[in-house]
Design a protein around this ligand. Structure first.
Ligand code: SF4
Length: 461
Protein backbone atom coordinates (compact mmCIF):
# COMPACT_ATOMS: atom_id res chain seq x y z
CA UNK A 1 0.00 0.00 0.00
CA UNK A 2 1.27 3.44 -0.82
CA UNK A 3 1.89 5.77 2.06
CA UNK A 4 -0.43 8.65 2.84
CA UNK A 5 0.79 12.05 1.80
CA UNK A 6 -0.98 13.56 4.82
CA UNK A 7 1.08 15.58 7.24
CA UNK A 8 0.47 16.33 10.88
CA UNK A 9 -0.06 19.99 10.02
CA UNK A 10 -3.16 19.31 7.97
CA UNK A 11 -6.38 20.43 9.60
CA UNK A 12 -8.61 17.93 7.87
CA UNK A 13 -8.01 14.17 8.02
CA UNK A 14 -7.31 12.43 4.73
CA UNK A 15 -10.05 10.59 2.88
CA UNK A 16 -10.74 7.00 3.95
CA UNK A 17 -8.37 4.43 2.49
CA UNK A 18 -9.53 1.98 -0.10
CA UNK A 19 -8.66 -1.68 0.47
CA UNK A 20 -5.19 -2.88 -0.49
CA UNK A 21 -5.37 -6.42 0.75
CA UNK A 22 -1.87 -7.78 -0.08
CA UNK A 23 -0.27 -5.82 2.78
CA UNK A 24 -2.40 -7.61 5.34
CA UNK A 25 -2.46 -9.65 7.46
CA UNK A 26 0.59 -8.86 9.51
CA UNK A 27 -0.24 -9.85 13.06
CA UNK A 28 -2.75 -12.46 11.98
CA UNK A 29 -0.41 -14.18 9.49
CA UNK A 30 -0.51 -17.94 9.49
CA UNK A 31 -3.56 -18.61 11.63
CA UNK A 32 -3.81 -22.39 11.54
CA UNK A 33 -6.86 -24.01 9.99
CA UNK A 34 -7.15 -26.38 12.97
CA UNK A 35 -8.37 -23.48 15.13
CA UNK A 36 -5.72 -23.99 17.82
CA UNK A 37 -2.58 -22.01 18.56
CA UNK A 38 0.27 -21.67 16.09
CA UNK A 39 3.03 -23.98 17.34
CA UNK A 40 6.54 -22.68 17.95
CA UNK A 41 7.83 -24.45 14.81
CA UNK A 42 5.01 -23.00 12.69
CA UNK A 43 5.65 -19.57 14.19
CA UNK A 44 9.38 -19.77 13.42
CA UNK A 45 8.63 -20.92 9.86
CA UNK A 46 6.48 -17.83 9.28
CA UNK A 47 8.39 -15.15 11.20
CA UNK A 48 11.90 -16.55 11.78
CA UNK A 49 13.74 -16.42 15.12
CA UNK A 50 14.21 -13.44 17.41
CA UNK A 51 16.35 -10.89 15.56
CA UNK A 52 19.76 -9.85 16.95
CA UNK A 53 19.21 -6.11 17.19
CA UNK A 54 22.03 -4.93 19.36
CA UNK A 55 20.42 -4.71 22.79
CA UNK A 56 22.71 -7.28 24.37
CA UNK A 57 23.46 -7.05 28.11
CA UNK A 58 27.05 -5.89 27.54
CA UNK A 59 25.76 -2.94 25.56
CA UNK A 60 23.20 -2.16 28.20
CA UNK A 61 25.93 -2.12 30.85
CA UNK A 62 27.65 0.57 28.81
CA UNK A 63 24.29 2.40 28.75
CA UNK A 64 24.26 2.37 24.97
CA UNK A 65 20.93 3.54 23.57
CA UNK A 66 18.62 0.69 22.69
CA UNK A 67 18.34 0.00 18.97
CA UNK A 68 14.90 -1.56 19.48
CA UNK A 69 13.52 1.46 21.33
CA UNK A 70 14.85 3.68 18.54
CA UNK A 71 13.03 1.55 15.99
CA UNK A 72 9.79 1.63 17.97
CA UNK A 73 10.08 5.40 18.31
CA UNK A 74 10.63 5.86 14.58
CA UNK A 75 7.77 3.48 13.84
CA UNK A 76 5.43 5.66 15.92
CA UNK A 77 3.93 2.66 17.70
CA UNK A 78 1.28 3.56 20.26
CA UNK A 79 -0.15 1.28 22.94
CA UNK A 80 -3.15 -0.78 21.85
CA UNK A 81 -4.87 -1.07 25.21
CA UNK A 82 -7.02 2.00 24.62
CA UNK A 83 -5.06 5.02 25.86
CA UNK A 84 -2.75 5.14 22.83
CA UNK A 85 0.34 6.22 24.81
CA UNK A 86 3.59 6.25 22.76
CA UNK A 87 5.22 2.87 23.40
CA UNK A 88 8.81 4.11 23.06
CA UNK A 89 8.25 6.67 25.83
CA UNK A 90 7.28 3.89 28.22
CA UNK A 91 10.27 1.78 27.24
CA UNK A 92 12.63 4.75 27.59
CA UNK A 93 11.30 5.42 31.10
CA UNK A 94 11.90 1.84 32.29
CA UNK A 95 15.30 1.62 30.58
CA UNK A 96 16.36 4.94 32.12
CA UNK A 97 15.90 3.54 35.63
CA UNK A 98 19.01 1.38 35.00
CA UNK A 99 17.84 -1.19 37.51
CA UNK A 100 16.71 -4.76 37.02
CA UNK A 101 13.20 -4.38 35.70
CA UNK A 102 10.15 -6.49 34.88
CA UNK A 103 8.01 -6.63 31.73
CA UNK A 104 4.28 -7.37 31.99
CA UNK A 105 2.22 -8.37 28.96
CA UNK A 106 -1.30 -7.18 29.67
CA UNK A 107 -3.77 -9.59 28.07
CA UNK A 108 -6.35 -9.19 30.85
CA UNK A 109 -8.78 -7.50 28.43
CA UNK A 110 -11.53 -6.33 30.77
CA UNK A 111 -13.46 -4.61 27.96
CA UNK A 112 -16.38 -6.97 27.24
CA UNK A 113 -16.73 -5.82 23.63
CA UNK A 114 -13.10 -6.65 22.83
CA UNK A 115 -11.66 -10.07 22.06
CA UNK A 116 -8.47 -9.15 20.25
CA UNK A 117 -6.03 -9.87 23.07
CA UNK A 118 -7.53 -13.21 23.96
CA UNK A 119 -7.50 -14.02 20.24
CA UNK A 120 -3.77 -13.29 20.08
CA UNK A 121 -3.17 -15.43 23.17
CA UNK A 122 -5.33 -18.27 21.90
CA UNK A 123 -3.99 -18.40 18.33
CA UNK A 124 -0.67 -16.55 18.12
CA UNK A 125 0.93 -16.57 21.56
CA UNK A 126 4.53 -16.73 20.28
CA UNK A 127 4.37 -13.38 18.49
CA UNK A 128 3.36 -11.66 21.72
CA UNK A 129 6.01 -13.56 23.70
CA UNK A 130 8.67 -12.58 21.14
CA UNK A 131 7.72 -8.95 21.63
CA UNK A 132 7.93 -9.37 25.40
CA UNK A 133 11.43 -10.85 25.14
CA UNK A 134 12.64 -8.11 22.80
CA UNK A 135 11.25 -5.45 25.12
CA UNK A 136 12.85 -7.18 28.12
CA UNK A 137 16.19 -7.09 26.36
CA UNK A 138 15.78 -3.42 25.52
CA UNK A 139 14.87 -2.25 29.04
CA UNK A 140 17.11 -4.64 30.98
CA UNK A 141 14.41 -6.91 32.40
CA UNK A 142 15.06 -10.47 33.46
CA UNK A 143 11.43 -11.39 34.12
CA UNK A 144 8.46 -11.46 31.78
CA UNK A 145 4.93 -11.94 33.16
CA UNK A 146 1.95 -12.63 30.91
CA UNK A 147 -1.39 -11.67 32.51
CA UNK A 148 -4.44 -13.42 31.05
CA UNK A 149 -8.00 -13.20 32.34
CA UNK A 150 -9.32 -16.25 34.17
CA UNK A 151 -12.50 -16.17 32.06
CA UNK A 152 -10.47 -16.82 28.88
CA UNK A 153 -9.79 -20.50 29.51
CA UNK A 154 -8.58 -21.32 25.98
CA UNK A 155 -6.21 -18.33 26.03
CA UNK A 156 -4.78 -19.35 29.41
CA UNK A 157 -4.23 -22.86 28.10
CA UNK A 158 -2.56 -21.67 24.87
CA UNK A 159 -0.21 -19.24 26.62
CA UNK A 160 0.80 -21.86 29.21
CA UNK A 161 1.55 -24.33 26.41
CA UNK A 162 3.53 -21.73 24.43
CA UNK A 163 5.65 -20.83 27.47
CA UNK A 164 6.42 -24.53 27.99
CA UNK A 165 7.27 -24.96 24.28
CA UNK A 166 9.81 -22.13 24.44
CA UNK A 167 11.64 -23.43 27.49
CA UNK A 168 14.47 -24.78 25.34
CA UNK A 169 14.72 -21.72 23.10
CA UNK A 170 18.17 -20.13 23.29
CA UNK A 171 18.83 -16.43 23.71
CA UNK A 172 15.75 -15.35 25.65
CA UNK A 173 16.85 -12.68 28.15
CA UNK A 174 13.91 -13.07 30.57
CA UNK A 175 12.33 -16.00 32.36
CA UNK A 176 8.62 -16.14 31.62
CA UNK A 177 5.62 -16.91 33.77
CA UNK A 178 1.87 -16.79 33.32
CA UNK A 179 -0.39 -15.03 35.80
CA UNK A 180 -4.11 -15.75 35.58
CA UNK A 181 -5.89 -12.62 36.75
CA UNK A 182 -9.49 -12.14 37.93
CA UNK A 183 -12.05 -10.86 35.44
CA UNK A 184 -13.39 -7.33 35.81
CA UNK A 185 -13.56 -4.16 33.80
CA UNK A 186 -10.90 -2.34 35.81
CA UNK A 187 -8.73 -5.39 36.58
CA UNK A 188 -6.75 -4.85 33.38
CA UNK A 189 -5.69 -1.32 34.24
CA UNK A 190 -1.93 -1.00 34.68
CA UNK A 191 -1.95 -0.16 38.35
CA UNK A 192 -4.55 -2.88 39.07
CA UNK A 193 -2.33 -5.53 37.47
CA UNK A 194 0.72 -4.33 39.37
CA UNK A 195 -1.28 -4.34 42.60
CA UNK A 196 -2.44 -7.88 41.90
CA UNK A 197 1.06 -9.11 41.02
CA UNK A 198 2.24 -7.63 44.32
CA UNK A 199 -0.28 -9.75 46.22
CA UNK A 200 -3.13 -7.21 46.47
CA UNK A 201 -6.54 -7.18 44.82
CA UNK A 202 -6.78 -6.52 41.07
CA UNK A 203 -7.96 -2.95 41.65
CA UNK A 204 -6.48 0.33 40.44
CA UNK A 205 -4.34 2.30 42.86
CA UNK A 206 -3.63 6.00 43.03
CA UNK A 207 -0.53 7.04 41.08
CA UNK A 208 2.28 8.13 41.39
CA UNK A 209 4.38 6.13 41.74
CA UNK A 210 3.85 4.95 38.19
CA UNK A 211 4.70 1.32 37.41
CA UNK A 212 7.82 2.40 35.47
CA UNK A 213 9.10 4.01 38.69
CA UNK A 214 7.98 1.40 41.19
CA UNK A 215 5.97 -1.55 39.96
CA UNK A 216 6.07 -5.27 40.61
CA UNK A 217 8.20 -5.98 43.73
CA UNK A 218 9.09 -2.27 43.67
CA UNK A 219 11.11 -2.78 40.50
CA UNK A 220 10.69 -0.57 37.41
CA UNK A 221 7.96 -2.31 35.43
CA UNK A 222 6.93 -2.01 31.82
CA UNK A 223 3.22 -2.83 31.46
CA UNK A 224 1.81 -2.83 27.96
CA UNK A 225 -1.01 -4.40 26.02
CA UNK A 226 -0.67 -7.83 24.37
CA UNK A 227 -1.21 -6.48 20.85
CA UNK A 228 1.45 -3.82 21.44
CA UNK A 229 4.02 -6.56 22.14
CA UNK A 230 2.99 -8.43 18.98
CA UNK A 231 3.73 -5.25 16.99
CA UNK A 232 7.09 -4.92 18.79
CA UNK A 233 7.94 -8.44 17.60
CA UNK A 234 7.30 -7.43 13.99
CA UNK A 235 9.03 -4.03 14.23
CA UNK A 236 12.05 -5.81 15.71
CA UNK A 237 12.16 -8.05 12.65
CA UNK A 238 11.14 -5.68 9.85
CA UNK A 239 11.95 -2.18 11.09
CA UNK A 240 10.16 1.14 11.38
CA UNK A 241 9.85 1.93 7.67
CA UNK A 242 8.08 -1.37 7.06
CA UNK A 243 5.70 -0.61 9.93
CA UNK A 244 4.89 2.81 8.48
CA UNK A 245 4.02 1.39 5.07
CA UNK A 246 0.50 0.97 6.43
CA UNK A 247 -1.72 3.40 8.28
CA UNK A 248 -1.73 7.18 8.45
CA UNK A 249 1.10 9.56 9.23
CA UNK A 250 -0.05 10.16 12.79
CA UNK A 251 -1.30 6.61 13.37
CA UNK A 252 0.91 4.25 11.44
CA UNK A 253 0.59 0.49 11.12
CA UNK A 254 -2.17 -2.03 11.37
CA UNK A 255 -4.48 -2.79 14.30
CA UNK A 256 -6.75 -5.51 15.56
CA UNK A 257 -10.41 -4.61 15.72
CA UNK A 258 -13.26 -6.54 17.34
CA UNK A 259 -16.41 -6.20 15.26
CA UNK A 260 -19.77 -7.09 16.85
CA UNK A 261 -23.42 -6.54 16.00
CA UNK A 262 -25.52 -7.19 12.90
CA UNK A 263 -22.82 -8.45 10.53
CA UNK A 264 -22.54 -11.83 8.85
CA UNK A 265 -19.20 -12.71 10.49
CA UNK A 266 -18.50 -10.85 13.71
CA UNK A 267 -15.00 -11.38 15.06
CA UNK A 268 -11.48 -10.00 15.25
CA UNK A 269 -10.08 -8.36 12.10
CA UNK A 270 -6.75 -6.78 11.28
CA UNK A 271 -7.15 -3.40 9.60
CA UNK A 272 -4.87 -0.70 8.35
CA UNK A 273 -5.39 2.53 10.32
CA UNK A 274 -7.38 4.87 8.07
CA UNK A 275 -9.23 2.02 6.31
CA UNK A 276 -12.90 2.68 5.72
CA UNK A 277 -15.50 1.11 7.99
CA UNK A 278 -17.26 -0.04 4.81
CA UNK A 279 -14.22 -2.15 3.88
CA UNK A 280 -14.24 -3.77 7.32
CA UNK A 281 -17.96 -4.53 7.04
CA UNK A 282 -17.39 -5.99 3.58
CA UNK A 283 -14.62 -8.22 4.92
CA UNK A 284 -17.07 -9.37 7.59
CA UNK A 285 -19.59 -10.45 4.96
CA UNK A 286 -21.70 -7.29 5.16
CA UNK A 287 -24.40 -6.20 7.57
CA UNK A 288 -27.39 -8.42 8.26
CA UNK A 289 -29.65 -5.48 9.09
CA UNK A 290 -29.36 -1.72 8.88
CA UNK A 291 -27.10 -0.40 11.65
CA UNK A 292 -28.69 2.36 13.68
CA UNK A 293 -25.32 3.46 15.07
CA UNK A 294 -21.86 2.19 15.95
CA UNK A 295 -20.13 2.37 19.31
CA UNK A 296 -16.44 2.98 18.71
CA UNK A 297 -13.73 2.33 21.28
CA UNK A 298 -15.80 0.22 23.68
CA UNK A 299 -17.65 1.20 26.86
CA UNK A 300 -15.38 4.18 27.42
CA UNK A 301 -16.00 5.24 23.83
CA UNK A 302 -18.54 7.17 21.80
CA UNK A 303 -21.40 6.59 19.36
CA UNK A 304 -21.53 7.51 15.69
CA UNK A 305 -24.96 7.67 14.04
CA UNK A 306 -25.88 5.13 11.35
CA UNK A 307 -26.32 7.69 8.59
CA UNK A 308 -22.72 8.83 9.05
CA UNK A 309 -21.16 5.37 9.06
CA UNK A 310 -20.66 5.22 5.27
CA UNK A 311 -18.05 7.99 5.49
CA UNK A 312 -16.26 6.76 8.61
CA UNK A 313 -12.62 5.73 8.48
CA UNK A 314 -10.93 3.81 11.25
CA UNK A 315 -8.25 6.04 12.70
CA UNK A 316 -8.34 8.49 15.56
CA UNK A 317 -7.76 11.49 13.29
CA UNK A 318 -10.77 10.52 11.17
CA UNK A 319 -12.92 9.76 14.18
CA UNK A 320 -12.03 12.89 16.19
CA UNK A 321 -14.62 15.09 14.40
CA UNK A 322 -17.24 12.56 15.62
CA UNK A 323 -15.89 12.81 19.19
CA UNK A 324 -14.80 9.18 18.93
CA UNK A 325 -11.60 7.13 18.79
CA UNK A 326 -10.79 3.48 18.18
CA UNK A 327 -9.63 2.95 21.77
CA UNK A 328 -8.88 -0.72 22.23
CA UNK A 329 -10.19 -1.43 18.72
CA UNK A 330 -13.90 -1.95 19.30
CA UNK A 331 -16.51 -1.45 16.59
CA UNK A 332 -19.91 -2.46 18.01
CA UNK A 333 -22.82 -1.97 15.63
CA UNK A 334 -26.32 -1.50 17.00
CA UNK A 335 -29.15 -2.68 14.75
CA UNK A 336 -32.20 -0.60 13.92
CA UNK A 337 -34.28 -3.18 15.85
CA UNK A 338 -32.57 -2.42 19.16
CA UNK A 339 -33.57 0.31 21.61
CA UNK A 340 -30.54 2.57 22.23
CA UNK A 341 -32.04 3.88 25.47
CA UNK A 342 -32.56 0.41 26.94
CA UNK A 343 -29.05 -0.59 25.77
CA UNK A 344 -27.53 2.52 27.37
CA UNK A 345 -29.38 1.86 30.64
CA UNK A 346 -28.22 -1.77 30.68
CA UNK A 347 -24.55 -0.93 30.02
CA UNK A 348 -24.60 2.05 32.42
CA UNK A 349 -25.88 -0.28 35.17
CA UNK A 350 -23.08 -2.74 34.43
CA UNK A 351 -20.44 0.02 34.36
CA UNK A 352 -21.67 1.25 37.72
CA UNK A 353 -21.41 -2.26 39.16
CA UNK A 354 -17.83 -2.47 37.84
CA UNK A 355 -16.70 0.42 40.03
CA UNK A 356 -14.01 -0.88 42.32
CA UNK A 357 -15.84 0.89 45.12
CA UNK A 358 -12.82 2.66 46.54
CA UNK A 359 -13.44 6.25 45.36
CA UNK A 360 -16.65 7.89 46.59
CA UNK A 361 -17.54 9.91 43.45
CA UNK A 362 -17.12 6.81 41.30
CA UNK A 363 -19.03 4.46 43.60
CA UNK A 364 -21.96 6.77 44.37
CA UNK A 365 -21.92 8.95 41.26
CA UNK A 366 -21.97 6.11 38.73
CA UNK A 367 -24.74 4.40 40.67
CA UNK A 368 -26.87 7.57 40.64
CA UNK A 369 -26.07 8.12 36.96
CA UNK A 370 -27.13 4.58 36.02
CA UNK A 371 -30.31 4.89 38.10
CA UNK A 372 -31.26 8.15 36.38
CA UNK A 373 -30.67 6.66 32.91
CA UNK A 374 -32.87 3.71 33.92
CA UNK A 375 -35.61 6.08 35.10
CA UNK A 376 -35.52 7.83 31.72
CA UNK A 377 -35.68 4.45 29.94
CA UNK A 378 -38.74 3.42 31.89
CA UNK A 379 -40.41 6.85 31.77
CA UNK A 380 -40.37 7.32 35.56
CA UNK A 381 -37.81 10.15 35.76
CA UNK A 382 -39.01 13.20 37.71
CA UNK A 383 -38.08 16.77 36.72
CA UNK A 384 -35.32 17.49 34.22
CA UNK A 385 -33.41 14.20 34.01
CA UNK A 386 -31.06 15.54 31.33
CA UNK A 387 -29.84 18.28 33.69
CA UNK A 388 -29.50 15.76 36.51
CA UNK A 389 -27.37 13.49 34.31
CA UNK A 390 -25.15 16.42 33.30
CA UNK A 391 -24.71 17.40 36.98
CA UNK A 392 -23.86 13.84 38.01
CA UNK A 393 -21.42 13.54 35.11
CA UNK A 394 -19.61 16.69 36.23
CA UNK A 395 -19.41 15.37 39.81
CA UNK A 396 -17.87 12.07 38.71
CA UNK A 397 -15.41 13.07 36.00
CA UNK A 398 -11.70 13.15 36.93
CA UNK A 399 -12.54 12.23 40.52
CA UNK A 400 -11.32 8.63 40.60
CA UNK A 401 -8.04 6.82 40.99
CA UNK A 402 -8.50 5.51 37.48
CA UNK A 403 -10.18 6.50 34.23
CA UNK A 404 -13.23 4.27 34.70
CA UNK A 405 -15.71 6.99 35.77
CA UNK A 406 -14.55 9.28 32.94
CA UNK A 407 -15.10 6.51 30.39
CA UNK A 408 -18.53 5.62 31.78
CA UNK A 409 -19.60 9.26 31.64
CA UNK A 410 -18.32 9.59 28.06
CA UNK A 411 -20.39 6.56 27.04
CA UNK A 412 -23.61 7.89 28.65
CA UNK A 413 -23.23 11.47 27.41
CA UNK A 414 -22.48 10.31 23.88
CA UNK A 415 -25.62 8.12 23.92
CA UNK A 416 -27.71 11.06 25.17
CA UNK A 417 -26.45 13.23 22.34
CA UNK A 418 -26.61 10.61 19.57
CA UNK A 419 -30.04 9.25 20.52
CA UNK A 420 -31.53 12.49 21.88
CA UNK A 421 -34.92 11.94 20.21
CA UNK A 422 -35.23 8.40 21.59
CA UNK A 423 -34.29 9.58 25.11
CA UNK A 424 -36.88 12.39 24.93
CA UNK A 425 -39.49 9.92 23.71
CA UNK A 426 -38.77 7.49 26.57
CA UNK A 427 -38.83 10.28 29.15
CA UNK A 428 -42.34 11.22 27.98
CA UNK A 429 -43.86 7.83 27.14
CA UNK A 430 -41.75 5.17 28.87
CA UNK A 431 -40.52 1.92 27.30
CA UNK A 432 -40.91 1.45 23.55
CA UNK A 433 -41.59 -1.78 21.63
CA UNK A 434 -37.88 -2.23 20.88
CA UNK A 435 -37.07 -2.24 24.61
CA UNK A 436 -38.23 -5.87 24.65
CA UNK A 437 -35.79 -6.87 21.84
CA UNK A 438 -32.85 -9.11 22.75
CA UNK A 439 -29.87 -7.19 24.13
CA UNK A 440 -27.19 -6.50 21.51
CA UNK A 441 -24.24 -4.80 23.17
CA UNK A 442 -22.02 -7.53 24.60
CA UNK A 443 -21.67 -7.79 28.36
CA UNK A 444 -19.76 -10.54 30.17
CA UNK A 445 -21.33 -13.95 30.34
CA UNK A 446 -19.73 -17.00 31.82
CA UNK A 447 -17.26 -17.73 29.01
CA UNK A 448 -16.20 -21.13 27.83
CA UNK A 449 -13.28 -22.32 25.76
CA UNK A 450 -15.80 -23.49 23.16
CA UNK A 451 -17.36 -20.05 22.85
CA UNK A 452 -13.91 -18.53 22.45
CA UNK A 453 -13.02 -20.97 19.71
CA UNK A 454 -16.15 -20.14 17.73
CA UNK A 455 -15.25 -16.47 17.38
CA UNK A 456 -13.90 -15.60 13.93
CA UNK A 457 -10.72 -13.86 12.86
CA UNK A 458 -9.82 -12.18 9.60
CA UNK A 459 -8.31 -9.11 8.05
CA UNK A 460 -9.55 -6.08 6.19
CA UNK A 461 -7.79 -3.12 4.79
S1 SF4 B 1 -12.28 5.48 40.05
FE1 SF4 B 1 -13.80 3.87 40.43
S2 SF4 B 1 -13.01 2.07 39.37
FE2 SF4 B 1 -11.35 3.54 39.49
S3 SF4 B 1 -10.24 2.98 41.36
FE3 SF4 B 1 -11.75 4.53 41.99
S4 SF4 B 1 -13.56 3.37 42.59
FE4 SF4 B 1 -12.22 1.99 41.45
Amino acid sequence: MSRSSTTLAEERPPAPREPAAPALPRLLSGIPAHGGALSLDEHLDIHGGLPPIGDRPAQRRRHAPSELIGRIERAGLRGRGGAGFPTATKLHAVAAARRRSIVVINAAEGEPASHKDRTLCRLLPHLMLDGGQLAAQAVGADELIVCVCESAAASVEAVAAAIAERSGLAGAPARVRLSVVPGGYVAGQESALVNYLNGGPALPTFTPPMPFEQGVRRRPTLVSNAETFAHIALIGRHGSQWFRELGTTSQPGSALVTLTGPVANPGVYEIEYGASLSALLQAAGGTTSRPRAALLGGYAGAWVEGQLLGGVALSDEHLAPHGASLGAGVVALLSADACPVAETARVARWLSAESAGQCGPCLNGLDALAATVQEVASGTAQGNAGKRIARLAALVQRRGACAHPDGAVRFVLSALETFSAAFADHARHGACDACASPAELPLPVRSSAGAERRRGVGSAS
